[in-house]
Design a protein around this ligand. Structure first.
Ligand code: SF4
Length: 332
């Protein structure tokens, strides 16, 4: 919703000043799905707002429900399609939010990357993905956000940061910074800017290889920002914020799962005590890489354990819905 416009409309209508707060609180909670249904304001005002202001900036087209996971295809005002995923397997209900329509970074293992890039999402379109789920869940609500959906959040910096401000603000969604995570493919300049924000938001970096040439072959962004520069900037981030950085590593058969790859990633993670490794199962996408076989996967894990690396294996949800990491694509 365009809140500047809402404020103006309420002023035009000479509504009392508390009305703005009342409406925004209802909006963020997901209690209502339209102005027409806002039963706690007068009929006249409901009619006036419906006629002059869009409620949710996104229109749900299709939802798919899986075990503990739900995916929605949403349409923007200009007919673009994005996806958002709800994960309900924890103490907190988590939503994976998209930041762009498509993605310009074209990582080889990612369905979104294969779509190409259409445009950045606006602040409202980022926040409204969460409002959509809050409407569906009410009186329950989303408690944790991961900016790991379609797109590279750091390439839509201004809108993503202002969305995070709304997500975190008491007057907005009131989700604590420690319950927000942002993932980058390694946009080094923005990691520096992110460190300067001095926030407690969790930072994840899609690494997938600790070898420059190999990383370049699966993540074209590595040609622009070398592994060395990425590491320098992550070291600086860790030094400045004293916060852990989560490095994502999806094991791909014959790509990054050899003993040489293992020793390179061990060296990389061991170089900083605030570096933490997340092994994520590769989620298959059409024409993409193949996940490592069980034997190789287990050997890799054994090697990490033996080296006493800080790591965990992330369970993948939503594969059956094509809703897991790297699988989001507006197919419909
Ligand atoms: S993995 Fe992330 S950065 Fe890479 S193409 Fe997919 S959405 Fe873009």
């Amino acid at each position: 919703m365009d809140f500047a416009k809402l404020k103006q409309l309420l002023q035009d209508k000479k509504e009392p000043s508390f009305r703005f707060k009342q409406i925004s609180k209802s909006y963020y909670s997901g209690r209502f799905d339209s102005f027409e249904n806002m039963t706690d304001i007068s009929k006249d005002l409901r009619k006036f707002l419906s006629a002059n202001l869009n409620y949710l900036s996104l229109k749900p087209i299709k939802t798919s429900v899986g075990e503990q996971t739900e995916k929605v295809l949403l349409e923007t005002h200009d007919g673009q399609k994005i996806e958002s995923v709800l994960m309900n397997y924890d103490e907190w209900i988590t939503v994976c939010v998209s930041s762009q329509v498509g993605c310009p970074l074209a990582c080889k293992f990612c369905a979104t990357g294969k779509m190409g890039f259409k445009r950045n999402l606006t602040t409202d379109e980022i926040v409204d993905q969460i409002i959509f789920w809050n409407q569906k869940l009410f009186p329950k609500y989303v408690g944790r956000i991961v900016l790991m959906g379609m797109g590279e959040p750091f390439l839509n910096w201004d809108n993503v940061i202002s969305a995070i401000n709304i997500i975190n603000s008491k007057e907005g969604l009131d989700i604590g910074v420690r319950k927000i995570s942002i993932s980058t493919a390694g946009v080094v300049d923005r990691i520096d800017d992110f460190a300067n924000l001095n926030t407690q938001i969790n930072l994840a970096v899609s690494l997938h290889s600790a070898d420059q040439k190999k990383r370049e072959s699966i993540m074209p962004i590595a040609r622009q920002y070398s592994l060395e520069d990425l590491k320098k900037s992550c070291d600086l981030y860790a030094k400045k914020t004293k916060r852990q950085i989560f490095f994502e590593y999806a094991l791909m058969s014959g790509v990054n799962d050899s003993l040489e790859d293992l020793s390179k990633i061990i060296k990389f993670i061991q170089s900083n005590h605030l570096f933490y490794l997340n092994i994520i199962p590769l989620n298959k996408v059409d024409g993409g890489m193949t996940p490592s076989n069980t034997n190789t996967f287990n050997q890799f894990i054994y090697g990490l354990e033996k080296a006493r690396i800080n790591f965990s294996i992330r369970k993948s949800f939503g594969q059956s819905l094509d809703a897991a990491c790297g699988q989001l694509v507006a197919k419909n």
